[in-house]
Design a binder for this molecule. Structure first.
Ligand code: AHR
Length: 513
């Protein structure tokens, strides 16, 4: 037996710190662009129980509600200060005919939701109900129009119905249906995923249609929404290239969709819980691709739109797993774990770094669908780790981004691929405080971060941390508080501010004088 070997191993292990030592420097003297609060937008589609049950239970329900919108879910969402909500889809938008959703609810037609589970859609939630939700939440509206199976006339009339302050028949019809004042449509999407469910088009063809439809979309001058051209997804930059040249007139933003699939393969995406570490890693790695997608598309925008009129709107992003066994595959229901919280925070940090062009994003989706904030089961409701991440990042809404450098980062590597071990972002909040967000992507390795804040005397930091023991830790109706934020603080000692960051953690702190 070789007695020397264990001794050498023990020595080698003692010499290696059990945590990564990283340095993060925030420069408060060089403020960057403002992080538009609409980066924290959310998407609510007629899909599964995302709207019906998850948000809308109807005024007659035993579940406490306000004019049909459930009070528990809406109350929790209000705390997130959601700036913008997109409705009615998604793929659903291109088969939605707005006239089905106005007038007395018991007289509305029942349709089939052909995209999502083939279930009956009774149109109980229509334009007036959606704007009621928007007003209850204190948010703004992003309405997505139907280009795929509608007509320019239908789209133009919907916009007139919502925004007209005249005595036109459509404006009067809106008044008759209970709404005197025009609604404020902050953003209007002209179709969705035209390359796929929105019509299987080529970008050049869609660009022509976009211009065609946009020609007829008229509103009072002060009520014109920001018009969105529906762009590409994933590695495809052609849509940004074509639309920024051909559909640029009057366009406020080109949309882009990118979902995080652990395996990167649609047919077998990976499970939401009970996954191995290599799928934790690949989920981080897939998420980090967002940065490259934004860089490539923004480079095209910088070339074709040097005056930076056009925003790059990532209006669908988030994790997309195999559906939970036993659930309707068309409902896209998945659990939400600590991994999702880390994915959300990584995306936020990437969006902040591109704040100049990324002026709006939407996680998919708000309740019960994909990477949701909230999961409901009839009268029960729970908050997901993603919800908590959104709440922790509220100070970044409309904050001024600050440059951050991460030095000596120890990459998280697997099978020859790497992601940053630590992701960091910083901003000067509207309250004047300096906020710092830190994410440890590694599921088992802690980090020790030396934090330097240039241009400000900092004696310590305080805020919140979200972390867990298990990679797939999640909240259940039995244990709804299994994953929740805890207070976090650190004090400078001997002129050095050191933050201990556990494995798989999201931290948001404010610097203290
Ligand atoms: O978010 C779910 C679906 O994903 C949306 O309806 C569609 O736009 C995308 O393919």
């Amino acid at each position: 037996m070789n007695l020397l070997k264990p001794t050498i191993l023990a020595f080698a292990m003692a010499a290696l710190p059990a945590f990564a030592q990283v340095s993060v420097t925030v420069d408060t003297t060089k403020p960057g662009p403002v992080i538009n609060k609409n980066v924290y937008g959310q998407f609510a589609e007629h899909l599964g129980t995302g709207i019906y049950e998850g948000l809308w239970v109807g005024p007659q329900s035993k579940i406490p509600n306000t004019r049909g919108w459930r009070n528990d879910v809406v109350g929790a969402l209000k705390e997130l200060k959601v700036p913008l909500v997109r409705w009615p889809g998604g793929c659903f938008a291109d088969e939605y005919h707005w006239r089905d959703g106005i007038g007395p609810r018991n007289k509305r037609p029942v349709k089939v939701n052909t995209h999502w589970g083939g279930v009956a859609e009774d149109n109980a939630v229509g334009t007036h109900e959606f704007f009621d939700l928007v007003e209850i939440l204190g948010t703004e509206a992003y309405v997505n129009g139907n280009l795929g199976s509608g007509t320019p006339q239908e789209m133009a009339e919907w916009l007139e119905y919502m925004t007209s302050d005249t005595k036109s028949t459509l404006a009067e019809q809106r008044r008759k249906n209970g709404r005197k004042e025009p609604y404020k449509v902050a953003f209007f999407g002209i179709g969705n995923e035209a390359w796929g469910c929105g019509g299987n088009m080529k970008p050049e063809y869609y660009a022509n249609l976009y211009n065609h439809y946009a020609t007829f979309l008229k509103t009072p001058p002060n009520a014109r929404p920001k018009m969105i051209a529906s762009g590409g997804n994933d590695d495809d930059t052609k849509w940004t290239e074509v639309l920024s040249k051909e559909a640029a007139r009057g366009t406020d933003g080109i949309s882009f969709h990118f979902y995080t699939l652990p395996t990167g393969v649609w047919e077998k995406k990976g499970a939401a819980t009970g996954f191995p570490e290599n799928e934790w890693f690949s989920t981080m790695q897939q998420t980090m691709r967002m940065d490259g997608h934004i860089r490539r598309n923004v480079a095209i925008l910088d070339k074709n739109d040097p005056s930076r009129q056009i925003g790059f709107y990532v209006d669908e992003w988030g994790t997309w797993y195999d559906v939970e066994p036993g659930t309707n595959p068309g409902f896209l229901f998945q659990r939400n774990t600590m991994r999702d919280a880390v994915v959300a925070a990584l995306n936020f940090n990437i969006f902040h770094a591109h704040a100049e062009r990324v002026r709006m994003t939407m996680i998919a989706q708000m309740v019960n669908v994909l990477q949701a904030m909230i999961i409901t089961d009839k009268e029960k409701m729970l908050l997901t780790p993603t919800y908590h991440t959104y709440k922790m990042y509220i100070p970044f809404q409309d904050a001024t981004s600050l440059p951050v450098a991460v030095d000596n980062d120890v990459a998280y590597s697997s099978n020859g691929k790497s992601v940053p071990g630590i992701s960091a972002s910083a901003a000067r909040g509207k309250d004047g405080k300096t906020y710092i967000a830190l994410v440890n992507t590694h599921p088992t390795r802690a980090s020790e971060i030396t934090l330097n804040v240039a241009g400000q005397n900092v004696s310590g930091v305080s805020g919140q941390i979200l972390t867990s023991d298990a990679m797939d830790a999640h909240n259940t109706f039995e244990k709804p508080q299994a994953v929740k934020p805890a207070p976090y603080s650190a004090k400078a000692a001997n002129g050095k501010l050191t933050l201990k960051v556990p494995a798989k953690a999201v931290i948001v702190v404010a610097a203290e004088a």
